[in-house]
Ligand binder design. Structure first.
Ligand SMILES: [Zn+2]
Length: 279
């Protein structure tokens, strides 16, 4: 049966003599895997229409098992961000994280539009020679986590619900948010394997064996950013404010958000900490 999908290419790997297997997130089916036969032959034109994170109209022939991609018409290949090394790196990281967190064939228009909007916005700021790729990237990942059911509590203490004071707060992956000065001594600070999920339940999309398998790659990715630990870590008040802004705004409107290196490094640590915890 021939199917048409609007999809964003998340990853690809070579197989056989000249074939390649592609993973795409589609509007119609969620994440799918399909093979493109002969795509690595020099005369094959299809490969150029299946680059990482292009947005394309895909034609897939599927009987059972892995489908076969027979056509691709590029809707947007995000040329501006491809010509900007920093933006390109964030786009690749974002599609890696997306690929690892999102399970197979779970259709979700909101998540599709989030990824599309992130790429469009990153492309636009690359064209305008702005360098806020990092802010957009973190904004995207926090939004994605939220849409997948991992919403972090940053409005009040996740442990006692008291308002947060301007300093002395900690982020706890185990609790799923920020803990106040008073509660932080009560929060354990141990190696990740001794953590239990406690009362905070994450309605995770990563329940299938496939998704679990994918999530295991994530620790490798997050570790490569910095030495991630699942301990509680100090969180700066400005970082808390920025994470709140991420939650209340679309990625496209984050282009105006200014953030300092200190806050961004803190946000990076929080994100690494949380990603390694859920991995
Ligand atoms: Zn508290």
């Amino acid at each position: 049966m021939e199917r048409k999908y609007t999809g964003i290419i998340l990853s690809k790997y070579d197989t056989g003599e000249a074939d390649r297997i592609y993973t795409a997130y589609t509007l119609e089916m969620g994440k799918i895997k399909s093979i493109a036969q002969g795509v690595r032959k020099p005369q094959a034109k299809l490969a150029g229409h299946l680059e990482n994170f292009v947005l394309a109209d895909l034609t897939v022939i599927k009987k059972r098992g892995t489908g076969r991609i027979t056509g691709s018409i590029v809707e947007n290949n995000f040329n501006n961000l491809r010509n900007n090394l920093e933006a390109l790196e964030y786009a690749l990281k974002a599609s890696d994280i997306f690929n690892n967190l999102v399970g197979m064939e779970e259709r979700d228009e909101k998540i599709f539009n989030l990824l599309k909007q992130f790429l469009e916005t990153l492309d636009k700021v690359s064209k305008d020679k702005k360098d806020n790729g990092e802010v957009l990237f973190y904004g995207f990942v926090f939004k994605l986590l939220e849409f997948l059911g991992y919403k972090l509590e940053v409005g009040a203490c996740v442990n006692c619900t008291s308002p947060l004071s301007s300093e002395g707060n900690y982020f706890s992956a185990e609790k799923g948010g920020v803990v106040c000065k008073n509660c932080s001594p009560k929060i354990r600070n141990e190696a990740p394997q001794s953590y239990t999920h406690g009362s905070y339940s994450f309605p995770s999309g990563a329940k299938s064996a496939e998704a679990k398998d994918n999530v295991s790659h994530l620790s490798t990715i997050s570790r490569s950013w910095s030495s991630a630990k699942a301990d509680k870590i100090e969180i700066d008040n400005n970082a808390i404010k920025i994470i709140r802004i991420f939650s209340h705004n679309e990625v496209a409107s984050l282009t105006k958000l200014k953030a300092g290196k200190k806050e961004l490094d803190n946000i990076k640590d929080v994100l690494n900490n949380f990603l390694s915890w859920i991995a």
